[in-house]
Design a binder for this molecule. Sequence first.
Ligand code: 13P
Length: 262
Amino acid sequence: MRRRFIAGNWKMFNGPSATSEFMSAFVPKLASSEDIASNINKGMMEVAVFAPFVSLDAATKGKEGSPLIVGAQNMHWEKSGAFTGEVSAPMLKELGCTHVIIGHSERRHIFRETSEDLHKKLLAALEENLTPVFCVGELLEERESGSTFDVIRKQLMAGLKVMDGSDVADKIIVAYEPVWAIGTGKTASSEDAQEVCAFIRKLLADTFGEGVAEKTIILYGGSVKPENTASILSMKDIDGVLVGGASLKPDSFLGIAKAAVQ
Ligand code: 13P
């Protein structure tokens, strides 16, 4: 059975003080919630927050002693250099990050990151042993024109090209986030999300073999809330959720983790 991965992407919310407050409230709740703690201890679940760069130090300090994972939302592909405003994988590791989101739709569409940029970022993250959460997802017009699967195939394959199965199995988490469901309150139906996540697993199987596909964690993201988590996670190929708005407050994020207990 694949473990569940419950991730909060805080986007440009929760500065350092809000992060410390979140940690003071969330970490004890996570520890005292017996079913979640037991799932985490047995390796059946992981819970992660992806904080803004400036809040990572507060997040890693605030979670000390807790199995909560702290990750970043982006990184540059070079280790260092003249890249004003950028942050590298070794810098993230130095702060205690173990994971990093690569290719969130807001990076693709607002900041115009290309598939080639994302491919370089994935390789750089793997080189530093950071686990990338690699996001793919279609726009509303792409869904309406029937090109969802084409878009997903292109994004996934452009990111993972030249890799072999050993780079992917257990090392990369894939997140399916339909752009039209992000921050809109519109969730893809569990069945629609399952259909695309199954397609992603099939692509992984065709490219890297069944063994790799079976091991890979695939998440759904887009208007996930405590109330719809159980239904989404009841789907065979959805192993976790990537949560925006509902991860910002300790109680709602905890409610999502509770609904994910298996
Ligand atoms: P919302 O949960 O706010 O829709 O955001 C989803 C998302 O983009 C997570 O990465």
